[in-house]
Design a protein around this ligand. Sequence first.
Ligand SMILES: Cc1cc2nc3c(=O)[nH]c(=O)nc-3n(C[C@H](O)[C@H](O)[C@H](O)COP(=O)(O)OP(=O)(O)OC[C@H]3O[C@@H](n4cnc5c(N)ncnc54)[C@H](O)[C@@H]3O)c2cc1C
Length: 309
Amino acid sequence: MDIWDVAIIGGGGAGLTAGLYASRANLKTCLFEKISTGGQIALTDDVENYPGFPEGVTGPEVAQKMEEQAKKYGTEIITEEIMALQEKDGKFVLKTAGKEYFSHTIILASGASPRKVGVSGERELTGKGVSYCATCDGAFFRNKQIIVVGGGDSALQEGLFLTRFATKVYIVHRRDKLRGSAILQERAFKNQKIEFIWDTVIDSMHGSNKLEFVKLRNVKKNQVRDFNIDGVFVFVGHDPETKYIGDFVKLDEKGYVIADAVSFETSRKGVFAAGEVRTGAVKQLVTACGEGCAAALQAQHYLETLETD
Ligand SMILES: Cc1cc2nc3c(=O)[nH]c(=O)nc-3n(C[C@H](O)[C@H](O)[C@H](O)COP(=O)(O)OP(=O)(O)OC[C@H]3O[C@@H](n4cnc5c(N)ncnc54)[C@H](O)[C@@H]3O)c2cc1C
């Protein structure tokens, strides 16, 4: 039976850094990624706060370099989705659709995925005007008018990026104040193409084959109006990617993995969690990478204790 020392679930910043450290420590390391490596950072065009890149770097570029570096030291990337986890005869079993893999330790680094607005028409119109990724879809909206939903850093950053293509970007926010950082707020307020629609939510999305209009509701006045628009980009937070975990380790009430912020240990010995999947994590690339490094070092110490037992 082929047994890995470290099996990492998730190929975002946390997982790839865990891979780099584990494989560089000569541990037999594999990383499972269900879509493509990079995770959320690959969805943005502009990363200005990752140290070492004073001019900024694109998300896909930094993701690709992280993958290259992890592979260089031996991390094996397996493009499969982990569906379930089990512990059997002192080993961990990682189940995909058609296979089982075995490992002495696991690092959970499956991150989070963009939350939907949750209104009628959204699912049917995704990819037909509704998007969760400005880098992927922004160029389809050249000379068009779009709505960005949200009021945090991602909404502002991606809204600013989308002004490169769209003639107008309406930022629809359910409150009358933004949550985003001061520097992004300042840039957004100065940008002539951006207009804010405050105290407003989208009630429904409409269109036969592509998005045509949305119903906007002012939450203070409770007034609804039709609003013609070519695209809607949604940046309203994230939900943890932890369905496959079940009750294998303890999760918090929102579904994030409970793990110690120093040892990165979960409720099950030999299983660690790093990055956005962990409850209380700072949702940044640099911290995801830092946690990936720390979790890999902890996995290494844990493996040493197994050898001496
Ligand atoms: C639009 C946008 C812009 C951002 N801009 C910045 C920025 O400028 N600066 C910054 O520091 N941060 C930014 N962030 C946040 C940053 O991207 C995240 O904090 C970071 O990517 C978290 O990394 P992670 O590895 O923990 O998780 P993720 O990036 O979420 O990666 C998790 C990976 O696990 C995979 N996965 C999930 N479940 C499974 C499974 N069952 N089996 C196999 N694979 C699985 C997913 O496909 C994904 O690739 C941005 C995020 C977004 C969405």
